[in-house]
Design a binder for this molecule. Structure first.
Ligand SMILES: [Fe+2]
Ligand SMILES: [Fe+2]
Length: 269
């Protein structure tokens, strides 16, 4: 088995979505099998690209140029699934990128177990969204997608705690806020497979946010820093704009993000 950071780099350098997620899942099961056998695999070092390899389509557009479609229409529902597929593919790369990018930071094995598990789940999420798109006669790449998704990774390329604050604890937590509304859209349309896929995604995303909170708190403890103050400082530094309510306070609490972490970062505060 090659060192984990090199696995991460190989996933980042794979362009096609289905191929990227297949490799991601293959590496995740190799890692998990080794861990279950009681091994402590090598993390190693890697040279991750600044931008992960991506397929030639979708065309990436500035968010304000991505056409808006009514979620009540069949086209709108396809656009919504396409947007989620794009988010999930970014999430696959974000999870492997943190492993490759910060391989020099000494972390307990449990950190890698969590990140590999989350990367595996993001890969499954991407495939589920692709399956739903195909069921609706479309595919990932058929519509334009947001260009700005890698921004958080670029902004925090030298800041491990900044990455944890912005990616799992802000962006993935935002997913917990908006997914129930999305599930409702497909429930009303009686699109059973999309409802089931999104419900699975919703349930697994809680743990991803929790991993972020757990390891952010771990690093604060290691550095003798106040987690709430550090979180506020990092989000203000790296995240562009205020956090937007309404928040899913219940799921955020379940994921270890208390209200005094996010409310002070809203526009009203
Ligand atoms: Fe996901
Ligand atoms: Fe996630």
């Amino acid at each position: 088995m090659i060192p984990l950071a090199q696995m991460a780099e190989a996933v980042l350098r794979t362009a096609d979505g289905r191929a990227k997620t297949a490799l991601s899942r293959e590496y995740a099961s190799a890692w998990q099998a080794a861990r279950e056998a009681g091994e402590t695999p090598d993390i190693g070092r890697a040279d991750p690209p600044m931008h992960p390899a991506r397929p030639p389509s979708p065309q990436l557009l500035n968010p304000r140029d991505v056409p808006h479609r009514k979620p009540g229409s069949p086209e709108g529902r396809v656009a919504l699934l396409h947007a989620v597929a794009h988010i999930e593919l970014n999430a696959v790369d974000l999870h492997w990128d943190i492993i490759a990018r910060f391989a020099h930071v000494k972390m307990p094995m449990g950190f890698y177990d969590d990140w590999v598990k989350a990367a595996d789940e993001e890969s499954k999420h991407f495939n589920l969204m692709c399956d739903c798109l195909e069921e609706f006669g479309s595919h990932y790449g058929a519509l334009p997608a947001h260009a700005g998704m890698w921004r958080a990774a670029e902004d925090t390329v030298y800041d491990f705690m900044g990455r944890l604050a912005v990616v799992p604890m802000v962006l993935e937590a935002r997913g917990l806020d908006v997914t129930p509304g999305m599930i409702e859209v497909f429930r009303r349309a009686k699109a059973t497979s999309a409802v089931e896929a999104l419900e699975l995604i919703y349930s697994e995303e809680v743990a991803h946010v929790a991993y972020g909170s757990k390891w952010f708190h771990f690093l604060c403890g290691r550095n003798d820093e106040d987690p709430k103050e550090r979180f506020h400082a990092l989000v203000r530094k790296y995240f562009h704009g205020p956090l937007k309510p309404p928040f899913n306070e219940e799921k955020r609490a379940e994921a270890g993000i208390p209200p005094d972490f996010y409310w002070p970062l809203t526009a009203k505060a």
